[in-house]
Design a protein around this ligand. Sequence first.
Ligand SMILES: *[C@@H]1O[C@H](CO)[C@@H](O)[C@H](O)[C@H]1NC(C)=O
Ligand SMILES: *[C@@H]1O[C@H](CO)[C@@H](O)[C@H](O)[C@H]1NC(C)=O
Ligand SMILES: *[C@@H]1O[C@H](CO)[C@@H](O)[C@H](O)[C@H]1NC(C)=O
Length: 400
Amino acid sequence: MGYKILCFGIFCVLFAYYIYTPIPENIEERWKVRMIDAVVKTTSLVATLFEETGLMKYEDTFLTLSVHLSKPVSDENVTVIDTDFSDVPVRLYLPEKKSEILRPAIIYLHGGAFVLGSCKMQSYDDLNRWTANKLDAVVVGIDYRLAPQYPFPAALEDCVLVVKFLLQDKILEKYGIDPARICISGDSAGATLAAAATQLLQNHPEYKDKIKAQALIYPGLQFIDIAMPSHQDNEQGPIMSMEMGVKFLTLYLNGNSSLKKAMLRNEHMPEGSRHLFKFVNWSDFLPDKYKKNHIYTEPVLGKLKASYPALLDSRLSPLLASDSQLQSLPLTYILTCEHDIVRDDGFIYVARLRNVGVQVTHDHIEDGVHGAITLTTLPYNLQLALRIRDKYINWLEKNL
Ligand SMILES: *[C@@H]1O[C@H](CO)[C@@H](O)[C@H](O)[C@H]1NC(C)=O
Ligand SMILES: *[C@@H]1O[C@H](CO)[C@@H](O)[C@H](O)[C@H]1NC(C)=O
Ligand SMILES: *[C@@H]1O[C@H](CO)[C@@H](O)[C@H](O)[C@H]1NC(C)=O
């Protein structure tokens, strides 16, 4: 009891401190965003304190405070079922209405920095139900395995397994899916996984051209240069700070505090990796507006003793794919937010895909913040969240 009161006390003090953190001027519903930002930052600091005193792992503090998961509740329009595809848990949204024609399908990968989240969170359940309803589509939410228990590339393997399972003729037939109208979508880390899964499938002879489209909502697309203008401009958030993002990435890479420190200094890449920087060189790919007064400096190589092969892997950083691998990618939707550490990743992918002739729609949200699409539900009800959702759905409606 005393311990709980103490925790609550610490939480209140930190919250009171963070609520005065300045947030960008152009943000709509500033007080809500400020509250959310303060809750996230407080949680992160409490999680760090608890981890350092050996009380609880960093990620467990987040898990204790977050998410209650929704049950699979069907309604008059959509039947909702929890099941497994190739032993990976999925939640299916199947439109009720009889249809003369085959339906499109959307595979949705939730965000949560590879460590948190579930397709059963209320916000994702709402989004996927909404998508099924609006588009008369079959939607598949995937509960891929999470770090640190299952580090890279477990999450991606699960997502690819589910897509391959769905692509079987008998499964497409069972759910009335049109094999020519399948999209892989995701937000944040889910968008990273969506981009990587799309690349893997497209470069696999058996699955080439089976995916019609990919939709990436504020994706992180590379982790080799993490001192781009967007990382620097949004170092303290809102919502997702560099410190937090890097902590979660360290967990996904099964790394320790040495890796985290090196990443925060942008000194985590090994000797011999300089040739990869041309794929993400923001000085070549960013629109001038976003270069602002930043001056390109090359990351320092070879500072980290331990080796993390994942850092060189396009399955972690889809931007490491070569132009010839990118050029066969399907129709692409990318949404970026202005106030977001991974903003420039999205801009660079847009530029690189367009350079090789891939058709890309890019929506940039000038007052957007990272993670917003999960804030559609009470108590947040963020207008920004609904705007992002509607842009994504409109694109699917026109293109899938
Ligand atoms: C079912 O669909 C109809 C027509 O689109 C809509 O008006 C209604 O709100 C939907 N019901 C639910 C529970 O979403
Ligand atoms: C990045 O681009 C700048 C400007 O085009 C160039 O001077 C620099 O050498 C490039 N760096 C790397 C590592 O490719
Ligand atoms: C992190 O791990 C590497 C080996 O994987 C080790 O060499 C290094 O000492 C560790 N650092 C810390 C702070 O534990």
